[in-house]
Design a binder for this molecule. Structure first.
Ligand code: AMP
Length: 390
């Protein structure tokens, strides 16, 4: 059963055509710089050898989708429907839903919570409905998996009338990834896994506490700014810092927003880069700010692992995923070192192995199993489409 998965951003549109039964990917790519000079479509497909690049003006998502259609058609594969990654599902998507006029309206209604993403995603859904009138579309929101978090963890201790009026709560992010990580971990460990702390550590990073498939808590909040230090995001800071920056620092609301989202995190601490590869290289050369960036990232991750373990009231497994979690043996080792008091012990040799498969890196005498789980959000989205439309 084949599914087309679309992940639209404000200036990009990623796509993947895959078979949910065999997990085979027939075509995948990204339309980049939509609406900006220098736009192009980069892709791979079973219909052509090697990586392809089409340089062409992409004034809007509709034009980009036309290229996607040509690429999909060239594979000779049909598909049952289209799954759309939506960053913010708000209070309307506790689970994935088939697109109707009403549910498309909901994607736009909750867009003020994620304006950079939801409007573009709603536009992409509209384009797909127009270009593929005989195909069903499904919204798979990144927030859905977190909607079941217990109230004690998702409620903000602000006045009830304000919270209710503005729909303020912990929505979290990376929910589709955490859901996949749970599934893959369970497949790998079977009955040995009940209380998982899932660590999605990429340029955006969040942790999730999962007990027997139920989401107990996550580290991101109303928006993806909360929780861990990230590539360019500051993560959790004293909320009064925001007022202080404005009142005393003289920064405007937008300047503070930009500072916290784009100029902070690993980039700010290292003063070098938001990319942990550059930071690791600089740290190896003795750069103290780079070393502090790694130290802070590992410290905060270890601290949040404990916070998530409390949400689970226990922990038997830690899973590392996404760009840093899957690739950086240095960061995994640093985090594990900080959790040694809890009985976490990784096997250095296993930790150094590079693979795109789920693998265990904990030592035989570790009290907590530690896995590396390459995430696969597209597959999770495709599974939802297969379930709703198949
Ligand atoms: P993601 O957002 O999941 O694509 O992750 C992107 C981040 O993963 C990059 O910014 C890098 O910091 C990190 N990353 C990717 N590959 C490596 C690697 N081999 N070693 C260390 N960090 C990596």
């Amino acid at each position: 059963m084949n599914v087309l998965v679309i992940n639209a951003g404000s200036s990009s549109l990623k796509f993947q055509l895959l078979d949910v039964d065999t997990r085979e990917v027939y075509a995948k790519g990204n339309c980049e710089r939509i609406g900006i000079d220098g736009s192009f479509v980069g892709y791979e497909s079973i219909a052509v050898e090697g990586k392809q690049k089409i340089e062409a003006p992409l004034p809007d998502h509709k034009t980009a989708m036309q290229y996607v259609i040509d690429i999909i058609n060239a594979t000779g594969k049909d598909f049952i429907g289209i799954g759309h990654r939506v960053v913010q599902g708000g209070w309307y998507f506790p689970e994935s839903k088939v697109v109707t006029d009403e549910s498309l309206g909901w994607v736009r209604e909750v867009a003020p919570l994620a304006p950079l993403h939801n409007y573009a995603e709603a536009d992409a859904i509209e384009v797909c409905r127009e270009l593929f009138p005989d195909k069903g579309n499904v919204v798979v929101a990144d927030t859905s998996f977190h909607y079941a978090i217990p109230e004690r963890a998702h409620r903000y201790a602000l006045p009830r009338d304000v919270v209710d009026k503005l729909h303020i709560r912990k929505y979290g992010a990376h929910g589709t990834s955490h859901r996949y990580i749970w599934r893959a971990t369970k497949e790998f460990l079977g009955d040995d896994c009940h209380k998982l702390v899932s660590c999605h550590l990429g340029s955006g990073a969040s942790l999730c506490a999962i007990t027997d498939g139920r989401n107990m808590d996550t580290t991101m909040g109303l928006t993806p700014l909360d929780g861990l230090i990230m590539g360019t995001r500051c993560g959790t800071i004293d909320p009064a810092t925001v007022c202080y920056l404005q009142r005393v620092g003289g920064y405007s609301v937008d300047e503070v927003d930009t500072m916290m989202n784009k100029q902070s995190g690993l980039l700010a601490v290292s003063g070098i880069s938001s990319d942990s590869r550059d930071i690791e290289l600089a740290a190896d050369d003795g750069d103290n700010n780079a070393r502090m960036a790694i130290e802070m990232f590992a410290y905060r991750t270890a601290q949040l692992v404990c916070e998530m373990a409390q949400a689970n009231e226990g922990i038997d497994t830690i899973a590392f995923s996404a760009g840093i979690g899957e690739n950086s043996s240095t960061m995994r080792a640093e985090i594990a070192k900080k959790l040694a008091w809890l009985g976490v012990k990784i096997d250095d040799e296993k930790n150094r192995v590079r693979s795109d498969k789920v693998r265990e890196i904990s030592a035989a005498d570790s009290k907590i199993r530690v896995l590396v789980v390459p995430t696969n959000e597209e597959y999770m989205i495709a599974l939802d489409v297969a379930e709703l439309l198949g």
